[in-house]
Design a binder for this molecule. Structure first.
Ligand code: FE2
Length: 376
C-alpha cells in the first residue's frame, strides 16, 4: 500500500503560496502549425489563439489549443538561433513551461526565489487593448520552467500579443477532456528527493504519495515516484526517478532520448472515459495495450463499477481501487518520434490515487515496446 501522508489544511497553503491551477502547458516543437493540427484532429482540441509574425512576434509562431479547461500552447522557432530551436534540437518536441495561474505574480515570484528558485523572468506586465497580464518565470528540472500567470484583468483570447484564431475544421467525435489532472516529470537517479524538496520549499507543496521501487517494478526495471501537490488538488506534480535494476528502465530510456530531465506524461481528466477513449481511438490516437490476462486479475480486484466492464476491457482501459474509490486510466503511445512524452486519460470515481495496482502490468507493456525499439 502506498504511504499516504496527512492532508495539510487548505488554510495553511493559502497562506504560503496561493495557486489557482495549471494555466497552460507550453511545448517547444519543430513545427507548431502541424502540432496544432495533430492535437485538433487526434485529441479534439480547438485552436483558439495565435501569435507570430502576423501579430508582430518575429521569432516564433505559437498556437493555443483548448478543450474545456485543458490548454496547451505549441511554439516553433522562425530560425536556428533561438532558444526554441535549440530546445527542439536537444529534446525533440517537449514541454518547456508548466505555467501556473496565481492571484499575485509579484508575491509568487518573490516567495519562490526567496525559497531558492532561480529566476528566469522577473514579474513583467504585458498589455494590449484587452487589458493586462503579469508574468514571471522560475527554472525547474532540466530545461523546463514554471511561469506564474496573473490574468484577472485580461479579457483577450490568451495573452497580449495573441489574436483569436479559427479552429482547424473538425468533424470527429466529441472527446470530452475536461482538464489537466497531473503533469509527471522524470529526473535522474537521486533527483527525486531533491525535486520533491524543491516543490515543498518553493511552491509550499506537500507529499501526497510515495511509491517505492519494490512497489513499482518488473523483473527487469524499476522506478520510484513521489507525488507532490498543492494540498487542494488543483496542481499535482509526480516526480519519477529510475531505480537500479537489471536492465535499462523506461525512465532511463526517457532520460537518454530527452537528454535530461523533463515532462514524461500529462494526465487529462475525463468524466466519461469510455466515450473519450472511443473517440480518441476513432481519431487515430494509439494506446499501450495490456494482455487479456490483466482483466482476469482486474475483475475481482475492482469489484462493482458504474461502467460496463466489457467495454472497459474492449477498449483496453485499466482500473484500480483504493480505500477512497476507484479510477479508470489508459496511456497513449509516445506522441513523437523519440520515446519521451505520452498522455494518460484518467476518470476518477472517488480515488485520488495514480493507479498503483496497474503499474506492474503497465511496466510489462512498456517494456515490450522498449524491447521493440532495442532500448531495454
Ligand atoms: Fe499519471
Amino acid at each position: 500500500m502506498a504511504q499516504k501522508l496527512q492532508d495539510p489544511s487548505q488554510q495553511e497553503h493559502q497562506d504560503v503560496m496561493p495557486l489557482l491551477g495549471i494555466d497552460h502547458v507550453e511545448y517547444y516543437v519543430g513545427n507548431a502549425r502541424q502540432a496544432a493540427y495533430y492535437y485538433s484532429k487526434a485529441f479534439g482540441f480547438k485552436v483558439t489563439a495565435y501569435a507570430g509574425p502576423e501579430t508582430k512576434v518575429r521569432d516564433r509562431a505559437s498556437y493555443v489549443c483548448e478543450q474545456n479547461e485543458a490548454r496547451y500552447v505549441f511554439t516553433g522557432a522562425m530560425g536556428p538561433d533561438s532558444d526554441i530551436a535549440k530546445h527542439a534540437f536537444e529534446h525533440g518536441d517537449g514541454v518547456k513551461d508548466v505555467a501556473l495561474r496565481v492571484p499575485d505574480v509579484a508575491y509568487a515570484y518573490e516567495y519562490a526565489t526567496k525559497q531558492g528558485a532561480s529566476g528566469v523572468l522577473e514579474p513583467t506586465v504585458i498589455e494590449d487593448e484587452h487589458g493586462k497580464v503579469v508574468r514571471a518565470t522560475i527554472a525547474a528540472y532540466g530545461d523546463t520552467v514554471h511561469s506564474f500567470i496573473e490574468r484577472e484583468n485580461y479579457s483577450g483570447p490568451f495573452l497580449p500579443g495573441y489574436r483569436p484564431e479559427e479552429p482547424v475544421p473538425d468533424d470527429g467525435p466529441d472527446v470530452g477532456i475536461e482538464l489537466i489532472d497531473h503533469v509527471v516529470c522524470n529526473v535522474q537517479l537521486g533527483g527525486m528527493n531533491e525535486w520533491a524538496q524543491f516543490y515543498a520549499k518553493v511552491l509550499g507543496f506537500e507529499q501526497l504519495v510515495h511509491f517505492r521501487d519494490d512497489q513499482i517494478s518488473s523483473e527487469y526495471t524499476a522506478l520510484m515516484s513521489k507525488v507532490m501537490w498543492d494540498g487542494q488538488g488543483r496542481v499535482k506534480l509526480p516526480i519519477n526517478e529510475p531505480a537500479p535494476s537489471k536492465k535499462k528502465s523506461q525512465i532511463d530510456e526517457y532520460l537518454e532520448f530527452y537528454r535530461g530531465p523533463g515532462v514524461q506524461h500529462i494526465a487529462m481528466l475525463s468524466k466519461d472515459i469510455i466515450g473519450t477513449v472511443s473517440a480518441l481511438r476513432q481519431r487515430g490516437v494509439r494506446f499501450i495495450r495490456v494482455p487479456a490476462t490483466y482483466y482476469e486479475d482486474m475483475r475481482p480486484r475492482i469489484g462493482q463499477i458504474n461502467e460496463d466492464i466489457e467495454e472497459v476491457e474492449r477498449l483496453n482501459i485499466l482500473a484500480d481501487r483504493d480505500e477512497e474509490g476507484y479510477l479508470l486510466q489508459i496511456f497513449t503511445k509516445n506522441v513523437q518520434d523519440r520515446p519521451t512524452v505520452f498522455y494518460e486519460i484518467i476518470d476518477r470515481h472517488g480515488s485520488r490515487g495514480f493507479g498503483l495496482g496497474n503499474f506492474k502490468e503497465l511496466f510489462l507493456a512498456i517494456e515490450r515496446e522498449q524491447e521493440e525499439r532495442g532500448n531495454l
